[in-house]
Design a protein around this ligand. Structure first.
Ligand code: AHR
Length: 363
């Protein structure tokens, strides 16, 4: 068994392409795009033990992601799933990797809370011949054979699309004044935070009339999002025109704080409404986007289970796997215009939210 694992690790290393992860900095040449499929790859060659190093349950997105993995890696589908919930603690995740190595699992699925601090654990897994698949967020490792594959979101592009939407919105509504923005960040040093924050920083440099009034960590949760928004409203009151939230849960919290302060989150800046930008596009987030409380919602896709099972299936069959795969995502608004945004040379559609679309959103 041990020997097989080592061979699998060696095979995976041999299959790895030349491209390296981009540290939440977005897709680079040679990386590929994929969509999240629904079909689970059933393993019929004897049960595979999979250790899932989970982050926690901080958001609706995370709950959907965890459920997708639990529903995929079942006994009926040929897997034995061991899950370790790190409850948002990086040390717990590192401990979990070590425990899965000791338990001699066949695969480790790692969704890293933060990008840094993974070198030793990944090396231990490699030495033990256990393939690690990193997904959703990235690790900052530069070693190309530290893990078999990474698949997840282009968080930087998500942020760029959100900022491009804001810019288009301002142009289309003829708004030319100064624009005051507050920013609620996700967990610091997580890829989702790094990419989305970097995109806003770039947009602030590019758009001279945009001012960042304040920036605070909202930990991707509703409670913290509300707490920091209350604080920012106390400090800046109705000077705040835009809230850049790094996920839907932070947006729920921020909107609740805005309402309690007697202000309104909406789509009409000229009527004094506060524009809320959000990420994820969960059912709750899309519903608030449809109602106009969130101006634009940039998707972050969470249902990784089937794609991860397909990847394991390919590795088991000795097939080639892409080292880096970015997941295609959408963007939603309740406004018909702008119907598209441009980032660099690429034009991305913005989908108008309908009742059918909302009904079809399972998470
Ligand atoms: O890593 C994905 C991000 O983490 C999602 O945007 C957020 O909701 C989650 O907690």
């Amino acid at each position: 068994m041990k020997k097989e694992r080592i061979l699998l690790g060696a095979l995976a290393a041999a299959l790895i392409g030349a491209s390296l992860p981009a540290y939440a900095s977005g897709k680079t040449e040679g990386d590929s795009w994929t969509s999240l499929p629904n079909e689970v790859a059933v393993n019929d060659k004897g049960t595979l033990t999979v250790g899932y190093v989970m982050i926690g349950s901080e958001s609706d997105w995370r709950i959907a992601c965890n459920r997708s993995i639990q529903e995929t890696f079942t006994r009926e589908n040929g897997y034995s799933l061991l899950t370790s919930d790190a409850q948002q603690k990086a040390e717990k995740q590192i401990k979990a990797v070590r425990e899965f190595i000791n338990q001699e699992v066949d695969y480790i699925l790692l969704d890293p809370l933060v990008e840094n601090g993974w070198d030793a654990s990944l090396e231990e897994a490699r030495e033990a011949g256990i393939p690690v698949i990193v997904f959703d967020r990235e690790v900052a490792s530069k070693e190309e054979d530290d893990y078999v594959a990474w698949l997840g979101s282009d968080f930087y592009l998500e942020g760029q699309r959100a900022c491009a939407y804001l810019k288009e919105y301002l142009e289309r509504t003829g708004y030319e004044g100064e624009l005051n923005i507050v920013h609620i960040q996700g967990t610091l040093d997580s890829s989702a935070q790094i990419g989305r924050t970097r995109a806003l920083d770039d947009a602030l440099l590019e758009n001279k009339s945009w001012t960042l009034l304040d920036r605070k960590e909202g930990e991707f949760t509703t409670a913290k999002g509300k707490e920091v928004m209350v604080d920012m409203l106390e400090n800046y009151g109705d000077k705040i025109q835009v809230v850049y939230c790094e996920n839907d849960n932070e947006a729920y919290g921020a909107i609740s704080a805005i309402e309690e302060a007697g202000l309104k989150a909406g789509t009409s800046l000229k009527d004094g409404e506060i524009l809320v930008l959000s990420f994820d596009s969960t059912h709750g987030g899309l519903s608030m986007t449809k109602d106009g409380e969130i101006l634009v919602n940039t998707e972050c896709a969470p249902l990784y289970g089937p794609l991860l099972s397909q990847l394991i299936g390919r590795i088991e069959n000795g097939e080639e796997v892409s080292h880096i795969q970015y997941v295609r995502e959408e963007q939603f608004s309740s406004l018909a215009e702008p119907g598209e945004v441009t980032v660099g040379e690429e034009v991305y559609p913005v989908t108008l939210i309908t009742d059918e679309l909302l009904e079809a959103r399972s998470y």
